[in-house]
Design a binder for this molecule. Sequence first.
Ligand SMILES: [Fe+2]
Ligand SMILES: [Fe+2]
Length: 278
Amino acid sequence: MSGSLLAISDLHIAHPDNRAIVESLQPDDPSDWLIIAGDVAERFDDIAWVFAVLRARFAEVIWSPGNHELWTHPNDRVQLRGEERYLKLVELARRLGVHTPEDPYPVFRGHGGPVVVAPLFTLYDYSFMAPGAATVEESLRLAHEAGVVCTDEFMLHPDPYPTRGDWCRARIELTERRLDAIDPALPTVLVNHYPLVREPTMVLRYPEFAQWCGTALTADWHLKYRAAAMIYGHLHIPRETWYDGVRFEEVSVGYPREWQKRERRTWLRQVLPSRQPA
Ligand SMILES: [Fe+2]
Ligand SMILES: [Fe+2]
């Protein structure tokens, strides 16, 4: 079978220039698969549009939610909060033929396969604490003092969990069970809106922001679950780095004010076949 595994994230199509980018995305081959690692948009109708457009072009589309999809935005027709909103997004994706973290993980059998493609939803628990903080409470206080507070604090509700950290820990438990059940003979491509290790957040301009960027609970997953690559977004710092011999790809488009400054604007990242010689 032919076909490549491609990835993108942080489409943020509330911005018209970003909507135009989505309109321009095309596979090289009709059997190409596309990973979308979160932050598609805030409104259900926008998210549905992206899923429908891209599902019509790519053989398979795999999605992990970003924090922006999970916001209960005052301008959205869907006003569900927390887990109810997430499950409604899963329902929407399924209806449009898009794989979600709640579905059986698909096996990519194109160039560089077979590989299990596992979209994850693990959120964050504030364990990537601000420099100098000894506790989560202190870390959050330092962020408030620095004026670096993620909008999630006001829009991403954890219901029915008491806190976003509690939701994160429940997701970790459930996700570990799913990952443990994968055929150990197969490598994986792990997809999450957040990096599974902390290192990528070390280059953030405001280190206080890292606490909204993942959890220390996933630090060994790329090794434990045989990752051929880990695909993430959220940081809006597109690049490739390697940890413990595993390739991590930040595949975000980001906001127009960010990508308009970049010289190289290639939107689709090739995950498999690997561009590195074996
Ligand atoms: Fe984003
Ligand atoms: Fe994000």
